[in-house]
Design a binder for this molecule. Structure first.
Ligand SMILES: C[S@@+](CC[C@H](N)C(=O)[O-])C[C@H]1O[C@@H](n2cnc3c(N)ncnc32)[C@H](O)[C@@H]1O
Length: 264
């Protein structure tokens, strides 16, 4: 598939189906789940290891992969929002099959209006990679800030902007990134288009899509501008006692993605 087709995302349904299959089976999941649950969410859980009573907003929720995991942690209310109607269709289908009380909405994050009741936690796993320029990134982060109560957190995952070009070749782990218009040198300017290809469990490429790069300092400035007091980077980690730790060694050292925890 040509990259310009991917940019247009002509067949969103196909992408949603492929991504859903990929989501359940990709080899990187143990690392991503461990990082999110053990390194990012854990400090926000109560003594029982739950999110009891919390109101959560999961942005760019896709098919609801993490929305369901958050709901399983006992929150009182959770809403998943995604731009893609086919992704939300899949999320709702799963909700009908196995009702958890999750609400889903098709919407662009930048069009969300402030909720009457603020949220205790906003999540965004692979949201900011889609901001086409700094203004859109700032608009997304401002919306998140407006949804959160004072002292509350945002947690998210994005492409590993700290590793720079080292994050690109992760073929062994079923994902590659390629700069669309090759650059000289190591510096990647803000707004650079990156073609991301995920590989399915048969090691076949799925529909490529475009992400946009912003430097760590741009993220830090944008979060400050939007009213956050802190932004902490959380490198991918993996359970040191896991049997297949050796397989993930390279991944941890040159991780394709990175976590972020911000406090308002
Ligand atoms: C790589 S998927 C990740 C989905 C989910 N968070 C997960 O980790 O399984 C990225 C999602 O971001 C959504 N997205 C991109 N830009 C968005 C925007 N401006 N508003 C809402 N959703 C957006 C896409 O439709 C896609 O479903």
């Amino acid at each position: 598939m040509e990259v310009h087709e991917a940019v247009a995302h002509e067949d969103e349904s196909q992408f949603a189906t492929e991504f859903t299959e990929y989501r359940e089976k990709n080899v990187r999941l143990p690392v991503e789940h461990y990082t999110i649950h053990e390194c990012m969410l854990k400090p926000l859980l109560n003594d029982g290891g739950l999110l009891t009573g919390k109101r959560i907003l999961d942005l760019a929720c896709g098919n609801g992969h993490y929305t369901r995991q958050l709901k399983d942690l006992g929150c009182a209310y959770i809403r998943g929002v995604d731009l893609s109607a086919p992704m939300i269709d899949i999320a709702r289908k799963i909700e009908r099959r196995d009702p958890k009380g999750i609400e889903y909405e098709v919407n662009d994050v930048v069009n969300l209006s402030s909720s009457q009741q603020s949220y205790d936690l906003v999540t965004g796993f692979y949201l900011f990679d889609y901001a086409r320029d700094r203004d859109e990134l700032l608009a997304m982060v401002r919306i998140i800030s407006n949804q959160l109560g004072e002292g509350k957190h945002f947690i998210g995952i994005i492409g590993n902007v700290i590793a720079g070009k080292k994050m690109f070749d992760q073929r062994k782990y079923g994902v590659t990134r390629e700069i669309k218009d090759p650059l000289d040198g190591e510096r990647i300017p803000d707004g650079t288009e990156i073609v991301v290809t995920l590989y399915d469990e048969h090691d076949q490429p799925t529909t490529p899509f475009i992400n946009y790069y912003y430097s760590p300092s741009t993220y830090e400035q944008v979060f400050r501008e939007a009213g956050f007091k802190s932004l902490e980077w959380v490198p991918y980690q993996y359970d040191k006692n896991a049997d297949d730790y050796a397989f993930f060694d390279d991944l941890i050292n040159r991780a394709p993605s990175i976590g972020m925890v911000a406090k308002k």
